[in-house]
Structure formats: C-alpha cells, structure tokens
Design a binder for this molecule. Sequence first.
Ligand code: SAH
Ligand code: SF4
Length: 358
Amino acid sequence: MITTQSKTDLKNMNRQQLVRYVEMLGQPSFRAEQLLAWLYRPGITDFSQMTDLAKELRALLAQRARISRFENPVVEVSEDGAVKFGFTLEDGKMIESVLIPEEDRNTLCVSTQVGCAMGCTFCLTGKMGFSRNLKPAEIVNQVCAVRDWMLEQNRGDQIKGELSNLVFMGMGEPLANLDNLLIALSILTEQRGLDFSSRRITVSTSGLVPQMLEFGRKSEVNLAVSLHAVDNATRSMLMPINRKYPLEELLAACKEYQMKKRQRIMFEYVLLEGVNDSDADAVKLAELLRGIPCKINLLVVNATEGCPHRSPGREHILRFQEILRRRGYAVFIRQSRGEDISAACGQLAARVQGTPSV
Ligand code: SAH
Ligand code: SF4
C-alpha cells in the first residue's frame, strides 16, 4: 500500500522535474504546465479540483502523488506589525517565518534549515545546532502558507497588498542547502509557480565561498553576505566559518561574483559594542569593500538571553554609518522587527523546543 508519506510530494519539484515526472506517467509534457499552475493556486489541496486534467490522470496522481501544505501555524503578531509563523513539519520539528509589512512592500523572512551548523556567537539559531536541511517543498510551503494567511487577512483589511519580497534570512545557512534552495527558488520565480521577480528575492550567507560562486552562476536572485568583522581574528571569533573561508577569500569571491547590471551585493554588519564597532573598523570596512558594487546594512544586534554581546548606543551607530557614507557607500540601519514576540533568528523554535540557553 502507498501511504501518504511515501507518495511523491509534487511541491518538491520544479518545472523540469515535473515534466520528467508526467512523462514517466506516460503523459505529454504540457501536463506539467497545467499541474504547476494548479499546485500553487490558493485553496487547491486535492487532485480532484484540477478540472482540466483527464479523470484517469487525476486518479493516477491521487494514487501516487500528494500536495503537501503547512496547516495550523502558530501565529504571533508583534506590536510593530511583524507577524511570526511557527510551522510544525511532518517529523515534528519546528521552523519559523517572519512577515514584515512595510508601506511599500511586504517581506517574508524564510528558513532553509532546522537549526544551523555554523555556530555564530550572536545567533540563537546557531545555538540550537543543526538538525536537518529543509526540502524544497518545506521552503516553498512557508511562502504558500503566509500568502494564504494574508489573503484571509486582506479580506479583513488588516495587512495591505500581497507578499512582494522574500529574504532568506530565517533559520539556517541557505547555501549549505544549495540544491534544495535552487529548486525552491525556481518554483518561487516560475511564472506558473509563485511568480516572484528575482529582483525581489535576497539570499543571505555567512560566507560559504565555493557554494556562493556556484550560486552566482546558477541563480539571478540577490546575494547578501554576513560580514560582521573587518579582521580575521574578530570574524573567526564571531563566525567559526571564517576559519575555513577567511576574509581575503570571501572578499575575492565577492569581487568575482557574477551579477546582473545594476545588481549589488548587500553586506550585513551586526554592530557589537566594543567588538567590531570602532571608528577604525568603519574605515577598514570602507577600504575592504572598495571596488565591489554593494550596499551595507548595519544590523542592530538582537541581544537575547545568553547572547554575549550588547548593542552600541544610537549615536554610536549613526557615527559608524556616517564614516561609511562619507566614503561613498549606501548604508542603512536595520533594527530587528518583532522583538516583543522574539521574531528574530530562530527564537520561536528555540523557545518551543526548549533549547538550553548558554
Ligand atoms: N545564515 C545566514 C542567514 C540567516 S541570518 C547568514 O548568517 O547570513 C540573517 C542575518 O541575521 C545574518 O546577517 C545574521 O548574521 C544576522 N543575525 C543573526 N543573529 C542576530 C542577532 N542576534 N541580532 C542581529 N542580527 C543577527
Ligand atoms: Fe547560522 Fe546565519 Fe545564525 Fe550564523 S547567523 S548561526 S550562519 S543562521
């Protein structure tokens, strides 16, 4: 007998894979286009709803395949409008996504792994350790579930507009799950899939150099690099991955990274009091990034319980920004949203699963 779990989850497949799948079932390839359109339409949960497919094909699909979706998320709305979704996976593990509504856009912060193996000292997901990679369907289903939730909310007029932007800045290191990430991205940008523009998607990495270069060759979406320090000693202390791919290698890779016209790398730099926030650090940062088309996001650290770091004061952050601005960089300050509902960086899952604090 074929159980639900052993059926093929069609949401794990991009267009090419769906074509191969329908051909394997003895069907013409255009059936894949029809399937794609149905799979990502809100409210479609069952093959019997796919009215332009022949009855026999619908029956065959119902026997062999399934359409996974996330149900009953834990939803928490922050005072500042950010909405955190906790999803329970089929194996009982939890992940989260955070919706950040703004005037001109609605951005979803998406997870790519359960936990993370990178162990950055300031990050709560890092403290959870690594559990497993998310499958393409588990990445895509975060977007589907939040889109559906928004459709319901829009009826009640609470959040305006549609989901417009995606940032891969939730739990996990996206480029450590590169194959599944690429499949998910092709579904997300597929016209008959979720139809996001590549320009409105950003993937953030802690700096896995070979995967980063491969990603640049295979994907058109934007890249963000978590830099966080300007010398190897400090960066290795904060981000153990720096021992494998030190700053020189990472920045060289950024220089040769393939970009489209007008595309820029976004460098993230979390300001930690007394660690990486001096005037000299700002000057050095400006020097290191010289020649790379980029913008800089200064992140205000979300200093959770057990986090060994503190944020410098507002004045100090503005001063750091000013030093970079005077040297010609576009620099933005990013306060984490939803702190009252612990929306940043794996905090929901960490709390629910009772990760010991350090
Ligand atoms: N693993 C990827 C993407 C997820 S984290 C990466 O590290 O780039 C998204 C961003 O949030 C990264 O720049 C990360 O360094 C930053 N971050 C992690 N913990 C944080 C915290 N406590 N406060 C502020 N930013 C944090
Ligand atoms: Fe992983 Fe990114 Fe957190 Fe580092 S900052 S532990 S890479 S999720």
